[in-house]
Structure formats: C-alpha cells, structure tokens
Design a protein around this ligand. Structure first.
Ligand code: GCB
Length: 615
C-alpha cells in the first residue's frame, strides 16, 4: 500500500519554538541504477532491500551492501556536485541517516519527518518500514512518524530517484541540470496531537485581509469538528504592527479538519496597517493560536507578513493601487557559485542581492518552486516575485497521473507561500504548445491555483517565434485564462535580426498586461570583441540595448501592452544541453553574471536602465 504524504507549513515558526530537530548533515549513500535495493531479480519487492539498513550479525550473514562504508553525501545538497561519478547520474541513490532519540515521544504529541524537497520521486523508510512515497522534485512534504520514534537508535532510509520519465513533471528535456538528491532540509517536527497544519494570511485585491487554516487531528482530514474531536475549539488570530500602533485580534471557531478560509479583516480594519511596498517592505507580526474549549493554547504559529494589494486593469499591473512596471530578472535555483542546487538563507541572500544591485524590483523564480528562503528574502528586501511550476517543454498532457502530479505540485507551490507579500504571480507553465489537451490540463491547474489562493494573479510564460515582422500579435488560447501574459521572446538571438528588434510592436488578443518573461543572448564572461561576434559580452550588451529601446516605446503606462520584463537570466547555469567547448562547457551563457558571479557588460546596460526607471 502506498501511503501519502502531508503538507506542513510554517516550519520557521516550528523551528523558533524548538519543535524541529534537524537531520541535515552527512548522510551515507548507495548508488543503485537498477533499483536493486528495492526490487529483486523476480521483479518482486526485495525483502533484503537496502531500506532494511541491515548489518550482518553473524560471520556467515550474506548482506551485499553496507551504508556505514558507502559514499558520504551532504544533506541538503544535490548529489551531482558531490562525487564525480554522480555528475551526470540519473537514477536511484539511497540515502541513510541514523539518529538517537534520548526519550520516548512525549504524550500528547505527534511527529513528522519533513523534507524541504527531494528530486524527483522519493520513498521514505523508517527502521525498515516504508512510510510513504512522494513525487515532484521541488515541493515540500512530510511523513507522519508518530509512535515510531521511541527512545533509542533509528535508521532513516530515503530512496531518491531523478530519472527523467515521460510521465513526470518536468519530463524528458529541460534546459537546466537535473540535480538529484535531497536538495533541501530534513527535520523531525514535533507538534501537539491536534495542531495547525497550515495557517496563512494575505491581502486581497480590495484591501481586505484574507486568510486560512487547516487543523490536523489524528482522526483524519475533512471531518467535522465533532467527528474530529475538535468540538468547541477555536483559533485566535492576532495581527500587530512592529511598532504596536495597529493591532487586531479575532477568534474563529474550528469547523473541522478541512481547510477553512475567508475574509479576516475588512478593508477599513486592514487600512490601519502600513502597506508592504516594493522597495519599502513593512512586515507585521501575526500569530494563530489553536485554543481548547476552555481557552488554553494548544498550538501556535507565528509569522511575519506584509500586506499589499495586487490586481490588473487592462494592460497594467497595480500594486497598492499604483501602476507598477516589473523591471526584473529571471533566476534558477542554482547557488551563487559552484554550479550547485541552491539552498538556505546564505544562497538566497547572495543571489537576491545581485538582483537588488541590478536595480530590479521583480524576480522570476523559474522554472520550479524555489527554496522557501528565497521568498522569505524577497519579502524582506521588498522585491516582487513570480513563483512557477515545472510544467515545461514536452509534458504529456494526456496521461492521468501527470495531471495528478501537476495538481499535487500546484498545492505544494501555493500552500507553502500564500503568506508571502512579495509573491504576486503564480505561473502554471513555461513554453507549452497550444492544443486541446494542454488547455484542459492547464486550465485545471489554474482553477486549482485560484481555489487555493484567490488573491494573486495567475500567469504562464508562452512561447513566441517572431520573425522580422514588426507586428507580433499573441493569440495563444491560454491567454484567455491567465491574468498576465508571459512571453518568452529571443529577438536578436534565436529569432529575427538585431536591427529589427527596435521596431517590433507587441499586442495580444486579450487586452492584458504582457511581461517579457525571457529575452537575452549568450556571452562568455571575459570574451570580448565587436558587437557582431557571437558569444562576446559586446554582442550580448548590444541585444540588451535594442530590447530596452523597443520596450521603452511600449510600456503599458504609456498605453502599450508591456507591463514588465524578466530577462534570461541573472547567472550562467548548468545544463547538459549546452556543449560548445571553450564557450559553454555545460553552462547556458545567457547570464548577466558568470557562474562565479563576475558581471558581464550587459549587467551594466540593464542596471543603468533600471536605475533610470526608479529615479
Ligand atoms: C527558453 C526556456 C529556458 C531556456 C532558454 C534558453 O525559452 O524557457 O528554460 O533556458 O529559453 O536559453 O534557450
């Protein structure tokens, strides 16, 4: 039987309250390209599989693996950059970490094994027993371990498989490195028996405050309060400004264990709180307390949230009812140096500081859900952000389990970060080809996004293949279902002559804001020459100059359709698709900085323009 995982949010609050025990550090790993640690030669579940983490007890015991003397692997981290033999590896690696519990689990508590992300399909085994399986390489998940963490020694074995498969998301081809492994933190989270699995709060387009809660009880999900043993319980929500001037408190009854959400504060009440603004972020303190019928605090979540509105009107985007031009940059979840999967605060701070140095007010966090540290940092820095699903080239939209996986990844993306003011756009896809199956699939994801978060804008990055035709009119039928039309256009690189970029005009069938989610050109840092020599910094800078001239003419504030841009891309990033020796060497070279953070000329060209926009 395959057990499902659950989604626990607000881990920062759990950490601060001492409810998290980190299992990060050095684990042991076994490379298993044939999945022999799971399946035996008859194709059956291998009863002597690696998940048992068995140590020989007698000299004659035949055990053909030994975690204790196998590879060392750091968690969190991709495996590809840790050992040369794993550089291009796509398949299964078994991770093992042992730990001691010095006491039995306290009465009245529940325990969860929480994973920030593991790419792509994961099976979790505790002390030899399979607890759950999870699909999707970038979303958080947790596995209940209540009753299994008695005092003593424990073995946690995690089978992680990053093989590209036609029915996975992403599927067979990506222009980024298929980093495998446990790429984000692993923790044991201990919570009260009845607890707040999720609690969030954000501002609606009309300036009211919207929020939600999911209470978890051992009796199961989607039960009424009486059935779940939660009758008479309530939740107290307190919102207070840092200075203490504004304060609101309200109490709502616990209806049961299904997610409940709605309006928490009217527009008038919310007006007492200073707004979070791009470039001037203000964060307020919020707490959600689960109260017993006699008013005792049973569980509590603390968070810091910004309040801002976002909406579109015609071809413009408005934040706090002011038109905003998104002058941003796209980035991958790859660390600032070393071509590794990014994780944690230090990577987030360094990467996003480069965006700030560029004068950006916006970041496109492509092409999948990034580490939570990134959106916490965009909240602190006052950078607007775009979150994205890895629905990318070549997804097979007709397979039922692909849709199920897409919906699960949607939930992880939206639910983890619904309280982040910086996040204004959810993107459901990048460069997918129009067709009835695609439209059915993506409108399904869009509906799910809107159900989970009715307050933010929905978008997708569409593929355009313009030629030298000066009029580009976007007709992709997906435009009807999104709020903002993302357009990847590589004028002056893949399509069209550089000389014609300036004259190009953009419009769509939909009278909606257009954001150029990608544009750019490749250049190797330090490679100089003239503007007509490909791969030189001068060539790349020249493409940027022409693009800027074109976009300046069509900004939506002046009646045009273009409401922003996030050129491709902040930093050179690893990809097996880019093989040109001496130039690419396994990196996509469209970065404004090299893979080690050295700035190319185009960085300054874009920064000069972005600074002029903020003046
Ligand atoms: C695209 C893709 C992006 C690629 C980029 C490129 O359109 O969305 O993932 O890396 O082009 O460099 O070709």
């Amino acid at each position: 039987m395959e057990r499902t995982t659950t989604l626990l949010t607000n881990l920062s609050s759990r950490r601060a309250a001492g409810q998290a025990r980190s299992l990060d550090g050095t684990w042991r790993g076994i490379i298993d390209p044939y999945d022999s640690g799971y399946i035996d030669i008859m194709g059956e579940r291998n009863k002597r599989g690696y998940y048992r983490d068995f140590a020989p007890r007698h000299p004659a015991d035949r055990v053909e693996y030994d975690f204790d003397t196998s590879l060392e692997l750091e968690v969190p981290g991709d495996w590809n950059t840790q050992h040369p033999e794993l550089h291009y590896y796509e398949g299964t690696v078994w991770y093992r970490r042992t730990f001691e519990c010095d006491a039995d689990e306290p009465e009245g508590t529940r325990s969860f094994l929480s994973f920030g992300a593991a790419n792509h399909t994961t099976r979790v085994f505790l002390d030899g027993e399979e607890l759950a399986r999870h699909e999707g390489g970038f979303g958080p998940f947790a596995v209940e371990a209540t009753g299994r963490l008695a005092s003593g020694h424990h073995s946690l074995v995690v089978m992680v498989n990053n093989r590209r498969e036609p029915d996975r998301i992403p599927a067979m081809r990506t222009d980024w490195w298929n980093f495998g492994g446990i790429t984000r933190s692993v923790e044991i989270i201990t919570v009260p028996t009845n607890f707040l699995r999720d609690a969030w709060l954000t501002m609606n387009a009309d300036g009211s405050v919207h929020g939600g809660l999911t209470t978890d009880a051992p009796s199961g999900p989607n039960l009424r309060a009486e059935e779940a043993g939660l009758a008479g319980m309530s939740i107290r929500i307190e919102l207070s400004s840092e200075s203490g001037e504004a304060r609101e408190e309200l109490t709502v009854p616990v209806l049961g264990t299904a997610p409940q959400f709605g309006q928490l504060l009217t527009t008038a009440a919310a007006d007492a709180f200073a707004r979070w603004q791009p470039g001037a972020p203000v964060l307020h303190n919020v707490s959600f307390s689960l109260l017993s019928p006699n008013g005792d605090e049973v569980d509590r979540i603390d968070d810091q949230v910004g309040l801002r509105t976002v909406r579109v009107d015609g071809t413009q985007i408005f934040v706090n009812d002011e038109p905003v031009f998104l002058h941003g940059i796209a980035l991958h979840g790859e660390g600032p140096t070393g071509g590794k999967r990014a994780h944690g605060d230090a990577d987030a701070k360094e990467l996003l500081q480069w965006a700030v140095d560029l004068g950006a007010n916006f970041v496109r966090l492509s092409h999948y859900q990034h580490d939570e540290a990134m959106v916490r940092e965009t909240d602190r820095l006052g950078l607007l952000a775009w979150g994205e699903l890895p629905v990318y080239w070549g997804i097979d939209f007709g397979i039922a389990n692909v849709l199920a996986n897409g919906l699960a990844q949607t939930e992880e993306l939206v639910v983890r970060d619904r309280s982040r003011a910086s996040l204004i756009l959810w993107s459901v896809a990048n460069e997918t080809l129009p067709g009835p199956e695609r439209e059915a699939f993506l409108t399904g994801l869009i509906s799910r996004v809107r159900e989970l978060d009715p307050t933010r804008l929905v978008t997708a990055a569409l593929l355009t293949i313009p030629s030298n035709d000066p009029e580009v009119h976007v007709t992709d039928p997906l435009g009807e279902f999104v709020d903002v039309i993302g357009i990847n256009q590589y004028l002056g690189w893949y399509y069209g002559d550089r000389a014609s970029i300036r004259e190009t005009n953009w419009s769509s069938d939909f009278n909606k804001p257009i954001v150029f989610t990608e544009l750019g050109a490749g250049a190797k840092f330090g490679n100089h020459g003239n503007e007509n020599e490909i791969w030189t910094e001068e060539f790349q800078a020249a493409v940027y100059r022409e693009q800027i001239a074109m976009i300046e003419r069509q900004m939506s504030a002046d009646g045009g359709h273009v409401a922003g841009l996030s050129p491709w891309i902040l930093k050179d990033f690893r990809t097996p698709m880019r093989v040109l020796p001496g130039i690419q060497d396994g990196y996509n070279r469209k970065g404004l900085v090299s893979e080690e953070g050295e700035r190319k000329l185009a960085f300054d060209v874009l920064r000069d323009w972005y600074q002029s926009l903020s003046d």
